[in-house]
Ligand binder design. Structure first.
Ligand SMILES: Nc1ncnc2c1ncn2[C@@H]1O[C@H](COP(=O)(O)OP(=O)(O)O)[C@@H](O)[C@H]1O
Ligand SMILES: [Mg+2]
Length: 270
């Protein structure tokens, strides 16, 4: 149903995903880091072609990717390499042209619109470069907007405490710094207790010191809540805080690196 171009897609994943240690389909799953871990995402041969009038833009050219429960992954690559396209597809904001994505036991690429909406609402927390807060609502009210439609949310106060903003809950976005606004956006993303936290250049609009504070918050969410976390960046230094670094260029994964010792956010400097 997601065959949006004239291309023919030939990809299948077995109904029940094979245990990661037995899966020899990609170098990624054979990596020692995958042993015995629960798969959250399994993407195979994912392509995305945007049609701009006569022009076809190949944003993804056949991506195979596995993400495991609780891991902290950085997607690294230059501008235009397909990072946002990949994250948006994993988060159900966009659909691939070809390829199959499995989310836990389900085939994400076969979801109808209503299921995809439920998936986004219940399972995925998004953080973007720009905070997208509602200016006329306080920090607490911005978070409450989401907790009101979630099944089993954290109280907004608890989510804001996790990002270190207990003292600023009744402030409006205009009364908060960029870093604080981003932390409100993170509180909003995690308040629904998402299975996965997808962050697209979360520090892209921040200075280094503020960026580190935001990364510390993301690191804490991953560590304390165990939320599977993917962070997009073009800053190779940030990659040092990941369990695994997945490098993209020109719509393809061209490298996967395991950090033997990952750095904590406060050890980073750029
Ligand atoms: N909605 C869109 N329509 C047309 N082209 C797009 C769209 N989104 C992304 N692209 C193109 O796809 C390619 C990959 O974009 P993107 O995933 O945003 O890269 P990155 O996040 O790594 O900078 C780029 O050439 C970009 O211009
Ligand atoms: Mg991008």
């Amino acid at each position: 149903m997601f065959l949006l171009s004239t291309q023919v897609c030939h990809v299948t994943i077995p109904r029940s995903p094979a245990p990661a240690q037995d899966d020899a389909t990609t170098a990624i799953t054979k990596h020692p880091a995958s042993r015995g871990r629960t798969l959250v995402f399994q993407a195979r041969a994912v392509t995305k072609v945007y049609h701009m009038g006569e022009v076809e833009v190949h944003a993804l050219r056949g991506v195979d990717l596995d993400l495991f429960e609780g891991e902290f992954v950085v997607l690294l690559g230059p501008s235009g390499s397909g990072k946002s396209t990949l994250l948006n597809i994993l988060g159900g904001l966009d659909v691939p042209t070809c390829g199959v994505i499995r989310y836990r036991e389900q085939e994400l690429t076969a979801f109808d619109d209503a299921t995809l909406t439920r998936y986004r609402r219940q399972c995925v927390g998004f953080v973007f470069q720009f905070y997208n807060l509602i200016p006329s609502l306080t920090a607490r009210e911005n978070v409450a907007l989401i907790t009101e439609i979630a099944d089993d949310p954290l109280p907004p106060e608890e989510a804001l405490a996790l990002v270190g903003l207990s003292q600023r809950m009744d402030h409006f976005p205009s009364q908060l710094s960029g870093g604080e606004q981003q932390r409100v956006a993170i509180a909003r993303a995690i308040a629904k207790r998402p299975q996965v936290l997808l962050c697209d250049e979360p520090t892209g609009a921040l200075d280094v010191t503020t960026g580190v504070v935001v990364l510390e918050v993301i690191e804490r969410i991953n560590r304390e809540l165990g939320t599977t976390t993917a962070v997009i960046t073009h800053n190779a230094i940030i990659a040092d805080m990941a369990d695994r670094v997945i490098s993209l260029s020109d719509g393809k994964i061209h490298g996967v690196r395991l950090n033997e010792r990952k750095l904590s956010a406060h050890e980073l400097s750029w």
